[in-house]
Design a protein around this ligand. Structure first.
Ligand code: NAD
Length: 312
């Protein structure tokens, strides 16, 4: 039985990965310090014989004796509100934490997969973004703690592949959404759904013409799995190329339930990207992967989950 360590296991993406690998018959060790994650996200796995949980900080990792085959690094605060609330933790997760997990991978001769981000492209001047695009990133600003932590992690990955013969996979993940996102974590989809559920007007930052491309969690997990099993060790975009403006997103979310809510426009935060759309040709050709879940369907599932959570 293959053993996989999932760092960030109690978070949004990490918890879905735990479910997925348990279903696939892996032995899963979930590791998390519960900084932005919730134990409720993995509570249903705690009594599973093939699952164990380590409450640990990747920046201060204790010795892990178990022999690992795979390591997934999904441990980092990731939502825009955390850029202000947890800047040092983010920087550490992308540097000290990443190094600690690479050391663990080397010790075990394990394959390590890194959750990088479309944020490595910054406010992109190339559209859509291909993996070759080197980005337009501000190294000194509110977003920089996150953007540069991901870029530094990728550099660590490069050095470990090149000079330490480490087996690495790098997923450049674009906006992903779905059940188990924190309702108040400030990202667009949970934010608007939260406003809908609590009957508060929608707040849009900027004029709402900025674009994003939203990928449903199940599609992303499928892509991560295909990447893990591939032999491809360069960064690869995983995201949904279906690009929409924030204004269009609000309308779709508004249409999920009867309401008279208005849209209130507020000042755009510094360095907020104007457009985001992945070119996924590589993922398509190399991994035979493309997202299949329609935005309307994914939003409905997320809305239903959040309604249930709200009433729990
Ligand atoms: N959701 C997205 O759209 C998206 C896009 C690009 C990249 N990513 C990356 O995917 C990963 C997971 O993101 P998410 O959206 O699930 O966020 P999340 O906040 O829900 O999950 C992150 C998890 O990491 C844990 N964590 C944070 N610091 C830790 C530490 N020092 N030690 C151990 N655990 C720690 C948190 O408690 C949380 O459970 C992050 O690395 C993020 O940068 C996410």
């Amino acid at each position: 039985m293959k053993k996989i360590l999932i760092a960030g296991a109690a978070g949004f993406i990490g918890s879905h990965l735990c479910d997925f690998f348990i279903k696939k018959g892996y032995q899963v060790i979930g590791l998390d310090n519960l900084s932005t994650g919730r134990i409720e996200n993995i509570a249903h796995l705690i009594n599973n014989y093939n699952f164990s949980f380590l409450n640990q900080d990747i920046n201060n990792l204790n010795v892990i004796e178990e022999k690992l085959d795979f390591i997934l690094h999904f441990a980092s605060p990731a939502s825009p509100i955390d850029f202000r609330l947890k800047p040092f933790e983010i920087l550490n997760c992308g540097s000290v934490g990443t190094q600690n997990l690479f050391d663990l991978a080397l010790k075990n001769d394990a394959l390590i997969l890194l959750a990088s981000s479309s944020e490595v492209y910054g406010n992109p001047l190339q559209h859509p973004q291909t993996e070759e695009y080197i980005g337009n990133v501000n190294s000194f600003g509110e977003r920089s703690v996150y953007d540069e932590s991901k870029r530094f992690s990728e550099s660590l990955a490069y050095a470990h592949i090149r000079y330490k013969n480490c087996n690495v996979r790098i997923a450049r993940i674009f906006n992903t959404y779905g059940p188990r996102m924190r309702i108040n974590d400030g990202r667009a989809v949970p934010n608007f759904i939260n406003q809908l559920i609590s009957n508060k007007d929608f707040t849009v930052y900027g004029n709402g013409n900025q674009t994003r491309s939203f990928c449903y969690i199940n599609d992303l997990v499928d892509g991560i799995y295909k990447l893990l099993l591939s032999k491809y060790n360069k960064p690869i975009n995983l995201g949904n190329p279906n690009e929409i403006s924030i204004n269009e997103l609000v309308i779709k979310i508004k249409n999920l339930a009867k309401n008279n809510l208005k849209i209130i426009y507020k000042k755009l935060p510094a360095d907020d990207p104007i457009m985001r759309k992945p070119n996924i040709e590589k993922a398509n050709n190399i991994l035979n992967w493309r997202p299949i879940i329609k935005l309307e369907d994914g939003l409905k599932k997320t809305y239903n989950y959040m309604i249930k959570e709200n009433n729990a």
